[in-house]
Design a protein around this ligand. Structure first.
Ligand SMILES: [Zn+2]
Ligand SMILES: [Zn+2]
Length: 348
């Protein structure tokens, strides 16, 4: 540890986020010192603040949707220079089979708990932090740091897209126009699909419409019937369930076309939602029920390109109201209100 300190936010118990200090880790040969610029509050963060994911443990120094500027580089870092904008991917040991295969999310060697006792030690909500070059992805410096912070959520969406194998001109229904739903919708559109979004909250319906999607207001009409109508009775080629709810799972199954439909379960819910289907139906209708979680480094690279080029535009998925590190408690409270898009903590 160096004698330099970093200030960071962590969750210490249900409903409590606080700013602490710890020594800044030493800059190893392949490490980068980051001047952090923004970190967005993910569902995994605020649901722990709400006490819904306490299995994640305390104190939790999360904040994985983070972006910063390279301040200093370790002696052997060649690919990044001071001034580069980078966003965080997943940390791994760097040496095991999974890491060498570009899948640090499958790494069993890396301990996300730090030696000084922090769970989920991403330290995204910090003024400065040190990260290995292995887990950093460069983004065009004209991208706003709060938008660069979408690297990880977008990477997980692109991972799901590959599992779902969408093809141009297919009809894809996205259930839920929250942050992850609308990233999924944009990705499906980028793949050349017709995208229909189902949502019940007015604010989210408006956001989805403003992005150019066909929207079903499922508070006013049965989304299954609406999808059938919009597809001349055929149903969807694929459905992405971006809400963690049993009713959304059942709607998704019912919207699929008669044969070879695919459904992707993108979201977790607490308590765990259920999905009810008999195996004969899956068998005779040749259905695919797919799950996805996390991303590999190839997904991160693609996500960095998509954000840098603007092919995926996340600007409408960030709340206008932003917070500073010292306002972390208010930021969590605001992010936890129903219907919020990503809440960004600015770290300057
Ligand atoms: Zn996240
Ligand atoms: Zn590893």
């Amino acid at each position: 540890m160096s004698d330099r300190k970093m200030r960071f936010a962590c969750l210490t118990k249900k409903g409590t986020a606080e700013v602490r200090e710890r020594p800044l880790p030493e800059l190893g040969d392949y490490d980068v010192l980051l001047d952090m610029k923004a970190c967005n509050i993910c569902t995994t963060d605020y649901q722990q603040w709400l006490g819904l994911r306490e299995h994640q443990g305390y104190p939790m120094a999360g904040g994985h949707e983070a972006a910063g500027i390279v301040k200093e580089t370790g002696a052997k870092v060649r690919d990044l220079v001071p001034g580069d904008l980078v966003a965080a991917g997943y940390p791994g040991c760097g040496h095991c089979a999974a890491c060498r295969n570009g899948e640090p999310n499958q790494c069993d060697e890396y301990a996300s708990d730090t030696e000084d006792g922090y769970k989920w030690g991403f330290f995204g909500f910090s003024d400065y932090t040190v990260k290995s070059i292995n887990e950093l992805f460069k983004i065009r410096s004209s991208v706003k740091p709060s938008e660069a912070g979408f690297l990880e959520p977008l990477a997980t969406v692109l991972h799901g897209m590959k599992k779902l194998r969408v093809k141009p001109f297919e009809t894809v229904v996205v259930i839920g126009a929250g942050t992850m739903g609308l990233i999924n919708a944009q990705a499906a559109k980028a793949y050349g699909c017709r995208v229909i979004v189902s949502e019940m909250l007015e604010k989210k319906i408006e956001t989805a419409r403003s992005m150019g999607f066909e929207v079903i207001d499922c508070s006013r009409q049965d989304p299954v019937e609406a999808v059938k109508k919009l597809t001349d009775g055929e149903g969807a080629d694929a459905v992405i369930v971006a809400v963690g709810a049993t009713s959304a799972n059942q709607q998704g199954l019912s919207m699929l076309k008669e044969k070879d439909g695919r459904i992707l379960l993108f979201a977790a819910g607490y308590p765990a939602p259920e999905i009810e289907i008999d195996s004969n139906t899956v068998h005779y209708r040749r259905m695919e029920v797919l799950g996805t979680f996390g991303a590999d480094n190839r997904d991160f690279e693609e996500a960095a390109r998509a954000l840098s080029s603007g092919i995926i535009d996340v600007s409408k998925l960030i709340e206008e109201k932003t917070f500073r590190l010292d306002q972390i408690q208010e930021a969590y409270a605001y992010a936890s209100e129903p219907g919020r898009y990503r809440v960004s903590v600015l770290l300057d």
